[in-house]
Write a protein that binds this ligand. Sequence first.
Ligand code: URA
Length: 268
Amino acid sequence: MDADLAQPAARALLAFWRAAGVDMDEAEAVYAAAPAAAPARAANAPVSKPKPKAKTPDAPVETAKAMAASARTIAELRAAVENFDGCALKKTARNTVFSDGVDDAPVLLIGEAPGKEEDEQGKPFVGRSGQLLDRMLAQIGLSRTNNVLISNTIYWRPPGNRDPTQGEIVACLPFVERLIELSRPKLLILTGKAAAQTVLRRDDAVTRMRGRKLNYTREGLEAPVNALVMLHPAYLLRQPQQKRQAWVDLLLAEAWLEELGVARGARP
Ligand code: URA
């Protein structure tokens, strides 16, 4: 079929399935990413040579670093992330998902990437795994209304919830690092592989990093930050038998927060 005819037909089909209640986000994302059909060229029109593209391989990362560094508060950092166009996921996402909770909280928790509900609401961890996370945090007197700031490694939903690519992670990393610098948490909690490996710059499996008191350190940081790795709540929903390990991690976090003198609410 001719490309000009195929596009409206495909769009109508996507709309039909969406109206029928099928989650078409992944298909729409692929479609949105496809280049638009080129306009027809008159038979005798001169063929113009494509201009060579400027070579700027690290441009998004350099831009992210500059924008992150110029943010002096978490509110400014949020605005910087919202204005950043160097991560292709922004084109297919509905919303930027930066953070939720208390900006000057003693605990900063970083997850992986927004899913469907997070993308719709523009807030991290509001779907099923977010609800489990809230219940887990409540067990040790933590909540996003009182003493936790929640964010992610990636600020836009990957289509169909696929894993973020290395390029997407690297483009967002300067903002993640600046968030840690600006919030200076007493305890940094990294949930799941993407957050733990990216932030700590380690290749180890989560099972090797969890259950231990760790340090996050980086050039330019005033002092090392206490860090813990925990199993991701989405993983716990898939593997409920691992909840025992998650409970051990929570008890370690609770004991460390007690040692650090962090005020917490009562357990439910
Ligand atoms: N999983 C994450 O890692 N982050 C979210 O915001 C939601 C689900």
